[in-house]
Design a protein around this ligand. Structure first.
Ligand code: UDP
Ligand code: MG
Length: 311
């Protein structure tokens, strides 16, 4: 009998978790008919509500339900990593507890791996309906940008919901970097991946945990983690401005020699100064971003800390 591990990160999800459990029971029944068992690993990401006690109750009633509880909120990336590290199934996937990742797609994913020889089956949303338009706009721009700059391909609309073989899961968990950006890590490891497309499903219970600002920072983390192109861009801008300044110096010397023009040009001077110091700060900021990530990486702090678990 084969086992599919399902990692479910939960952060203050007391409203959603029971609905999720009911859906999973239905799915499990179907899978059991095909002689496939499920292992559900709930990861409580430092929730401050009743999420953990609901998980414990469910785990008490069902042997196939496991839980891991963090000592504080470490973020969804840490929760996914912990869940995948603890998974024991022949296949593993990450699924949101809010049912935005339709559990039914798991059948199709399993078939594709089992019968068509894929190592992983991911899903991508072809629409973003129900999402604030400004968020969709920025998301689209982000994917265009990062795909231009990074060699690792990021698929627009791809979710973290994807079924993977144990081999691929091991490749992912072997990367112990602190600044984790799973969408990138999933493509970085390669393997044969099939994409299923589906229409966006809106969250039914509870609220989204991602503010626009949190997503914006996450996008920058993704860029810093998967490409050093911004450093190159900063260098190129620097070189261009050096060339430009040499030309300007030559022009000014020649002009002064011919027309001897002592004091005019103050406003243009100030503008140039503002512009150049802006560019300099911007480039120093880029370097600082990479440096700070390196700093965090060298500390080798744990990605998560477990307070209790039943695995
Ligand atoms: N989540 C988490 N830790 C966090 C934020 C979110 O484990 O710090 C979980 C959350 O409980 C949910 C999943 O990550 O299961 C996706 O979050 P959400 O639905 O809020 O994001 P959205 O679907 O709006 O992008
Ligand atoms: Mg959601």
């Amino acid at each position: 009998m084969e086992t599919i591990s399902i990692v479910v990160p939960c952060y203050n999800e007391e409203d959603a978790i029971t609905f999720y459990y009911n859906e999973i029971l239905k799915i499990r029944k179907e899978f059991n008919k095909k002689r496939v068992e499920l292992e559900v690993i709930f990861v409580d990401d430092g929730s401050s509500d009743n999420t953990l006690s609901i998980m414990k109750d469910l785990a008490k009633k069902n042997k196939f339900i496991k839980y891991i509880s963090f000592s504080r909120n470490f973020g969804k990336e840490a929760a996914m990593f912990a869940g995948l590290e603890h998974s024991t199934g022949d296949y593993a996937t990450v699924m949101d507890v809010d049912l935005q990742d339709p559990p039914k797609l798991l059948f199709e994913m399993y078939d594709a791996i089992k019968n068509d020889g894929y190592d992983s089956v991911g899903v991508r949303r072809v629409t973003r309906k129900g999402e604030p338009p400004i968020r969709s706009l920025f998301a689209r721009m982000f994917y265009k940008l990062i795909n231009k700059m990074s060699k690792v391909e990021m698929v627009d609309g791809a979710r973290d919901y994807r079924l993977m073989t144990k081999q691929m899961v091991n490749s992912i968990t072997s990367m112990e970097e602190y600044n984790r950006y799973s969408k990138g890590l999933f493509s970085f490891v390669g393997y044969k991946t099939k994409w299923l497309e589906y229409e966006n499903v809106e969250r039914e219970h509870g609220e989204t945990k991602w503010s626009f600002w949190k997503l914006f920072i996450y996008a920058i983390d993704g860029i810093v983690a998967f490409t050093t192109a911004p450093l190159m861009i900063a260098t190129i801008i620097g070189v261009l401005f050096c060339i430009l300044s040499f030309i300007a110096i030559a022009v000014i010397i020649v002009r002064t020699l011919i027309w001897s023009d002592p004091t005019s040009g103050w406003p243009s001077m100030v503008c140039i100064m503002f512009f150049l110091s802006g560019i300099q700060l911007f480039c120093t900021g880029i370097i600082g971003l990479y440096l700070s990530k390196t700093y965090l990486e060298t500390k080798k702090r744990p990605i998560y800390i477990i307070r209790e678990k039943n695995i």
